[in-house]
Design a binder for this molecule. Structure first.
Ligand code: 6LW
Length: 516
């Protein structure tokens, strides 16, 4: 049986997964985007559907002033005695906390803050057979002067520490030991972590102990998964086969009801060697156990986009994440949409279409601009939207943006120039700003804006609803790559926006098509 990785394509990093019977639930990091922590459901680990978000209220997720790639770092989801727990870090305020729910389709609790000296990131929870709860995360060990994985026992009702934090493993020598998860399998404690940093040297390693506190013995074939030694040639890219995956790591282990084991992890697909722009994506690989009780990921083979499992010939059907949305028929926005930081709610209304009103913040300002976006799922994707917009000044703008950070976005902008309704392509990359010649649009009537993405370029089009769309300009994917940024962890979005005093726009339709 064959399937394609990533199974959750686009910016869905740091996956963590739990299982209840035949249902799997998975969460990802969300940084400065709101709502926080996308929540996915699957029955087979390959086909995933987003069922909501864990952090849906500002009281759970204050993001004011949150820098790009601040906010919510790697979450862990666990299920224990009828209750779901999600533990994570808001690096822009408050640190480590968890929330819980007894209804996976309902609201989650307010945050319970972890009160302890373990000020690190990537928290995880482990329940031992005696009901004691252990908290793991990154920890700076003053004695060794190194980052390692620390652990404490905590009280889950109050978030108080019941023990001090003790270093339990520093990994195999890679930089940034992080993303720990502890499991008890066949009577042994397995501690699995990410190392090497979340770039091209990323890897996943594992260690084992008879005692919850260690000492942990490193697996003889660590790292259990990595692509750090994989160097695709330019020919791989020239053939335009998107079969190149890098930066795999940050994993969680899960068993299925038949007793097979699986690894959920992230990795990214470069556009060309050393550049990627659509974020770290969620992937899955089978796990077997060797005679010494160590996990073997994907039979010890590298991870490719085309994965092969024993069993039937042929491809599994897989969701494409295509969608066609008609805002004129909606009373509630589907869960795929993301705001930037905490939205100003009155600027978003569903009234026979999605009416967006400009606030004082613009896309560049690092505040809460009027913006709603979906993650770009594939290197080859198309987004198209239909809108009603009658700007009355040269400041009033609405359009379609390919947005990565405040400083990295390409905006197809409808506005007014010399008394005419026009469209132009504005490209912002670091401190560079370019604007194409304005293209005149029909003075009245609905407009269509479209972006076609391929591996190397974004192609922008605009026009009225009748006739062909006009090309407005192009932008290289290269300049929206994570490697162009200063330590970011996110990926490109296709978004609707409006800015400029008094600007109001109605979006009626938005569609996305992806090529797997
Ligand atoms: C994540 C951590 C990491 O929390 O990236 O480089 C952070 N390491 O494991 C954000 O994804």
């Amino acid at each position: 049986m064959k399937f394609k990785n990533p199974v959750i394509p686009g910016f869905y990093p740091d996956p963590s997964v739990c299982r209840v019977g035949e249902d799997y639930y998975l969460v990802n990091s969300s940084f400065e985007f709101f709502p926080g922590v996308p929540l996915y459901h699957s029955k087979d680990l390959v086909n995933w559907e987003q069922i909501g978000h864990v952090l849906t209220r500002k009281s759970q997720l204050p993001l004011e002033g949150c820098r790009n790639s601040g906010g919510i770092f790697a979450p862990t989801i666990r299920y224990y005695q009828g209750r779901f727990y999600m533990v994570t870090t808001n690096v822009s305020g408050g640190g480590n906390f968890f929330v819980w729910t007894d209804d996976i389709h309902g609201e989650w609790s307010d945050p319970v803050w972890i009160k302890q000296d373990q000020l690190g990131i990537d928290p995880s929870l482990f329940w031992d057979d005696d009901g004691k709860v252990y908290f793991q995360g990154t920890f700076f060990d003053r004695e060794s002067g190194r980052q390692c994985i620390g652990q404490s026992q905590i009280d889950l009702t109050t978030g108080e520490m019941l023990t001090e934090t003790r270093p339990i493993w520093s990994g195999t020598g890679g930089k940034c030991p992080e993303g720990p998860h502890l499991y008890k399998i066949n009577g042994s404690y397995y501690l699995m972590i990410a190392e090497g940093g979340t770039e091209y040297g990323h890897m996943e390693t594992i260690a084992r102990s008879d005692n919850v506190w260690g000492p942990f013995e490193s697996c003889s074939h660590n790292p259990i998964v990595t692509q750090r030694d994989y160097s695709p040639s330019f020919a791989d890219f020239a053939g335009r086969t998107p079969d190149v995956i890098h930066g795999v790591g940050h994993a969680d282990l899960i068993d299925d009801p038949e007793g097979n084991w699986w690894l959920m992890f992230h990795g990214f697909r470069p556009s060309v060697s050393m550049l990627h722009h659509i974020g770290r994506e969620t992937m899955v690989a089978p796990v077997t156990w060797d005679a010494d009780g160590w996990p073997v990921v994907n039979g010890g083979k590298p991870i490719h986009t085309e994965m092969e499992l024993p069993g039937n010939e042929g491809w599994m059907t897989q969701n494409t994440f295509d969608f066609a949305e008609d805002f004129t028929k909606e009373e509630k926005l589907p869960v795929r949409w993301a705001y930037l930081r905490n939205p100003i709610e009155e600027n978003y209304r569903l009234e026979n279409g999605l009416v967006l009103t400009a606030g004082k913040d613009e896309l560049e300002s690092g505040g809460a601009p009027t913006f709603l976006g979906v993650r770009q799922r594939q290197l080859k994707s198309t987004a198209e939207t239909e809108l009603e917009f009658a700007p009355t000044t040269e400041k009033q703008e609405a359009g379609l943006t390919v947005y990565h950070t405040d400083e990295h976005h390409y905006d197809l902008v409808v506005t007014r120039r010399n008394g005419k309704r026009v469209v132009l392509l504005r490209k912002r990359v670091c401190d560079l700003l370019t604007e194409s010649e304005p293209v005149e649009l029909p003075e009245s009537g609905k407009l269509v804006l479209k972006v076609e993405a391929d591996r190397m370029q974004y192609h922008f089009f605009a026009g009225g609803t009748e006739g062909k769309l006009l090309p407005v300009g192009e932008g290289r994917t290269q300049l929206l790559s994570t490697e162009m940024m200063m330590g970011t962890f996110t990926g490109c979005f296709f978004g609707m926006f409006t800015q400029g005093e008094g600007s109001e726009v109605k979006y009626t339709r938005f569609t996305c098509e992806n090529t797997l």
